[in-house]
Ligand binder design. Structure first.
Ligand code: MG
Length: 635
């Protein structure tokens, strides 16, 4: 039977913790990595008992290394070693031993001899009712492509010997995958999956540091699985991810992310089959479909005390108008066209706790979706529990799930404006016109260790897709950005991480006490008019050095008057495929977040070309602020 599985090597912690995490995430099958047994203080049979208690089947023990094609006396020693592994398997209650292709210098690489070794081993295994799986490592000395491994398995020709197909080694070697379909399904011992980013690197480094769950990288994992399944293979499909970041994260969240990524693979496989009129595999659970996110209903800020009037002044300077106050809470609604910003000054409850940790910041976002309850059911099934806030009588109960750093993501029904009337008293008709027309995107800084996890969250829980990762220069290092977006781009969230040091992203995490919304990009149809007005209203924008405009005039055939106007107003410019982009940044609010105001003219990028100048200007601003602080503290 097809079933999802996870190798213990994917997770960090003790074996007990790993088994419990896998079971809790919904796995019923695991692969035991031998090191985990070696580091386990109890007996192998205790591992079996633990697995039994958790309802986990141990699909295999792996890996046995450097086995095939060795000269004597190493060959004989290897067979002794295999017998000891068989004893271990008896205790563990598992039936399969996975051998990975030989990397030893001494290995001979003689195909006939290697096939004979595998045949002899399979015969020994058969006496004890075991199976052998043979896998090509991308860095194997003689066998490094799956076709070579298959050649040995075919030659050995034993019914209890099969090939292990691991997407990592196959894609790392750029092996063709279409011929996989020709392998008889019963000759596949195990299918392993790992994704990786499409970067050029030797396969061993890529394997150790960048393997990731399906969907987190750039490889066509579903194509690979489709072919494996078309052979008639009906065994375990097991995540095998070596990644130091994964081992540094809690095992429970890694196992949960693994299951989320496999759930998506299963859904995609069934969608393909449905399109071809084939019966579903039902390897993933039958969950409500991922929601259709239609837009962003509101952004909620939390603030308190003296910070509150500053935030309100900033919002009003940007053209927002207070249109309503909450019936029972110290919460106001600011609006401009269709953009809703909620300002929460409550002194208890979720928002205030968020304020105590993070200061004035975005504590929640509300998404408009087609079927909120269905989305909540899906989120719950994928390990994202529902949060319900405290409400007053007659007020709307809006369900939420936890987002980055335990901020909230509310799920609201698209097209139901009555929710606002239930909770808010409008000061007049509730409309507010102004130059800002919509939320363009929201940049979210995330901890590096959680980056892939949030990508999987947005993909699996919210049905977002992701764009390829981009790397940008920061004056104090590098930063990486990957955009997740709802269908049609109605909600776009670049997720940003950095390597550490004093980069803007790292400073944000330090100042903010974790990840969060760092940038709120709002669109206007006339940026120049907007900036003139906002400056007059007291909004302070990021100072852009004059050299930027010198460079601009050298790069583009822009009217000198236009460049001069941009320079005077601190407006940045980019151009792509005939489209133009004008944008500007407000100064940072308490070193935590800022607004970007932008005007798109047939331009669909994010102005990344100007990110280095923005980061340098923000770093200069922060350096000035800390110099000021240092002087003040000295006095
Ligand atoms: Mg493998």
């Amino acid at each position: 039977m097809l079933r999802w599985s996870i190798a213990t090597v994917c997770m960090g912690g003790t074996l007990e913790v790993k088994l419990a995490a896998a079971a809790r995430a919904g796995f019923r099958t695991i692969e035991i990595f031998e090191n985990d047994l070696t580091f386990f203080s109890g007996k192998p049979r205790e591992v079996r008992a633990m697995a039994d208690d958790l309802g986990l089947e141990i699909v295999g023990l792996q890996p046995m290394r450097d086995f095939e094609g060795m000269p004597e006396p190493m060959r004989a020693r290897n067979f002794d070693r295999a017998q000891r592994k068989f004893d271990l398997m008896d205790e563990l209650g598992t039936k399969m031993l996975c051998i990975c292709s030989n990397v030893a210098e001494e290995s001979l690489g003689d195909v006939a001899r290697s096939a004979d070794d595998l045949a002899e081993l399979a015969d020994l295994a058969a006496q004890r009712g075991f199976r052998i799986g043979f896998e090509a490592l991308a860095w194997g000395r003689h066998v490094h492509d799956w076709m070579q491994a298959w050649e040995l398995v075919k030659r050995a020709d034993r019914s209890n010997l099969g090939i292990v197909l691991d997407s990592f080694h196959i894609f790392a070697r750029k092996n063709p995958i279409a011929p996989i379909e020709q392998i008889p399904g019963d000759r596949i011992a195990l299918v392993q999956v790992a994704d990786a980013p499409g970067i050029l690197m030797d396969s061993m480094s890529l394997s150790r540091h960048h393997r990731c769950f399906p969907g987190q990288g750039d490889w066509p994992i579903t194509d690979f699985l489709d072919l494996c399944i078309n052979t008639g293979y009906r065994g375990a499909i097991s995540l095998e991810i070596f990644n130091d970041q994964f081992r540094g994260a809690p095992a429970a969240s890694i196992a949960r992310d693994g299951m989320r990524s496999l759930q998506l693979c299963g859904e995609e496989l069934d969608a393909r089959r449905a399109a071809k009129g084939t019966a579903p595999l039902a390897i993933s659970r039958a969950l409500p479909a991922a929601p259709h996110v239609r837009g962003l209903e509101f952004i909620e800020f939390v603030t308190s005390g003296a910070h509150s009037p500053r935030l309100v002044a900033e919002l009003e300077g940007l053209g927002f108008k207070r249109v309503a106050k909450h019936r029972s809470k110290d919460v106001d609604l600011f609006r401009q066209n269709d953009i809703n910003i909620v300002v929460n000054r409550e002194q208890d409850g979720f928002a205030h706790s968020f304020y105590l940790v993070h200061g004035t910041s975005v504590c929640a976002l509300a998404l408009r979706l087609d079927k909120p309850q269905q989305a909540i059911d899906r989120a719950n099934a994928l390990g994202a529990p529902t949060y319900y806030g405290r409400i007053g009588p007659g007020e709307a109960l809006i369900p939420a799930v936890a987002g980055v750093e335990n901020s909230l993501l509310y799920f609201m029904k698209d097209g139901e404006d009555s929710t606002w009337d239930q909770d808010f008293i409008f000061l007049d008709d509730g409309t507010s016109h102004g130059p800002l027309t919509r939320v363009d995107h929201l940049n979210n800084v995330v901890r590096r260790s959680e980056f892939l996890s949030w990508i999987t969250f947005y993909q699996s829980v919210l049905g977002f897709t992701e764009e390829p990762q981009v790397e940008l220069a920061d004056p104090y290092g590098a930063f990486y950005s990957r955009v997740v977006r709802a269908e049609g781009g109605v909600v776009r969230i670049p997720l940003n991480i950095a390597d550490g040091g004093s980069t803007a992203v790292s400073r944000f995490i330090e100042n903010f006490g974790g990840g969060g919304v760092q940038q709120i990009a709002l669109a206007t149809d006339d940026l120049f008019a907007f900036v003139e007005r906002a400056k007059a209203a007291g909004v302070e924008f990021l100072d852009i050095p004059d050299n930027y405009y010198e460079d601009l005039s050298a790069r583009y055939d822009l009217e000198p008057d236009l460049i001069e106007r941009m320079r005077r107003l601190d407006i940045l410019y980019d151009r792509h495929k005939g489209g133009e982009f004008f944008h500007i940044y407000t100064r940072m609010f308490d070193q935590r977040f800022f607004f970007e105001i932008l005007e798109r003219r047939n331009y669909d990028l994010f102005g990344a070309a100007n990110t280095p100048v923005r980061l340098a200007a923000q770093a200069a601003e922060q350096d000035a602020a800390s110099r000021e602080r240092a002087l003040y503290e000295r006095d």
